[in-house]
Design a binder for this molecule. Structure first.
Ligand code: SF4
Length: 163
């Protein structure tokens, strides 16, 4: 059982070489996928629970853009770019279920290195390309990610890859 502790900085991690390699391998194919065929998964632990008004859908939340955490900016950009959806997920089983139901061609996943590693392995037999963005501070609550990195990945198209 994974024991949650206070948030810790994710610097170098045992799963980082694998996730870096997968990101590089899949970046070209990811850039070819239209925005409306991509979905985004962000972890629920990034929410600011003291003010979060996201709608609880069971296995995931729908961000209501209260401005309390970085998911607000991610949600805004996802809508502007025309992504299919953003899910603020509670766990891996929900991701599997959503992928089966939504049938996306590409996924942007924001997660800790361990979860990123698991996602690449879980979806390796499906024809879905993944780009993973790690948390910069993991744990069970008040986690964080590099917003600039998320934005770079979300905006990635063949044009940006060729530049
Ligand atoms: S921005 Fe969205 S996910 Fe973040 S605290 Fe507000 S409603 Fe919750």
């Amino acid at each position: 059982m994974k024991v949650c502790e206070f948030p810790v900085k994710s610097k170098e991690h045992a799963d980082k070489p694998f996730t870096d390699k997968q990101n590089k391998l899949q970046a070209g194919k990811f850039a070819l996928v239209e925005f409306n065929k991509r979905i985004v998964f962000a972890p629920h632990c990034m929410r600011n629970v003291s003010m979060c008004c996201a709608i609880d859908k069971g296995g995931y939340y729908v961000c209501d853009q209260c401005g309390g955490c970085k998911i607000n900016a991610i949600s805004k950009l996802v809508k502007e770019l025309g992504y299919k959806a953003l899910y603020v997920v509670k766990g891996g089983r929900t991701i599997e279920k959503i992928v089966t139901e939504e049938n996306p061609e590409a996924i942007v996943g924001i997660a800790c290195f361990f979860e990123g590693d698991q996602a690449f392995k879980m979806l390796k037999d499906k024809k879905i390309v993944i780009q993973f963005v790690p948390l910069t501070k993991d744990g069970c609550t008040a986690t964080d990610t590099d917003l600039a990195q998320v934005e770079r990945v979300l905006k990635q198209t063949t044009k940006t890859v060729c530049e």
